[in-house]
Design a protein around this ligand. Sequence first.
Ligand code: HEM
Length: 315
Amino acid sequence: MSDEIGSTLCPVSEETGEDDTKICPIKEEIDKDGRKDKMYGIIIQAIVIYLQETYGEETWEAIRQRAGIEEHSFSLHERYKEDTIVRICDAASRLIGVDRSTIMNSFGDSFVAYVSKYNYDRILKVLGRNLRDFLNGLDNLHEYLRFSYQNIVPPSFFCENEHKMGLHLHYRSSRKGFVHYVIGQIKAVGKTFYDTDIDVKIIKHEESADSSHVIFDLRFQNEGFDTQVNNKIDDKDQFKVPAYFFRNLFPFHIQFKKNMDIVSAGSGLRAIIPNITSKNLLDVFILRKPVFQFNWKNKTRKAKKIMNSAVPIYT
Ligand code: HEM
């Protein structure tokens, strides 16, 4: 395990052995003006309410003091010290006598009910037609939240190895200590919005000084996968469109070869980036989400169903 900042998020290419940090701007974002040191109060507030409602005001006050937290209340859009949640969790664990994983799990679980207070549950309800689409939509959700939480440093999720009874979910974060929070939250989402019980196992857990990468094995009735398999045969013939039609329809499309050379781009992109079709995709774009090395193998293996947001680095 390396101690380098973001080393887990930006691994050295397995194929070429080259440092692929240029494809991972999250590292730069974290380093900029200490944003990584703070976190918005929305999750902390949800935790405080959960502790007050479950264990009473007095217990919360004791936890607050034991955790050395100065604030008596937290605001959604204010930012607080990064370690606030971990400190609350540690103090609560000691005072209530419940282990840290269970406490973090409850924090994640209670967040789903809490966000309905602010109508965020409406967004959650429409994030995906089924659970696996929901999970693949989590990065877009957190990006969308940037409108109201400008300096958010969100986690990143993507699904792979799907089958009828589940999938593997990758969770990457610039933070540590949220693994059981994620489990609690995902289980609550399954139950609340999809009436589905999810069995979650951790199959890989890597942490460096400033990042985590966890792979969860999620077991549930994966309806999204079923639908995809059933539609595959029909799709092929039903939705054939001529290439020129497709290209005109999407002014921001990019078509590229296995070596990542761009062969065609929509009129919108051509207007912004001159001679784009003579360039290599990796010289012109940075893949921001999901966080993985952007090469042909990964693109086809991991990103089939994910909406990738790439930002131009062309100047
Ligand atoms: C509408 C609902 C949601 C809202 C409003 C929301 C908002 C946020 C905000 C503001 C942060 C703090 C980031 C920062 O301050 O830099 C955060 C972090 C986080 N969110 Fe969400 N989120 C929502 C749903 C979810 C869901 C469904 C998951 C699923 C697991 C999730 C997983 C996380 C995790 C694990 C973190 C902790 C930080 C980290 O891992 O880096 N969120 N979220």
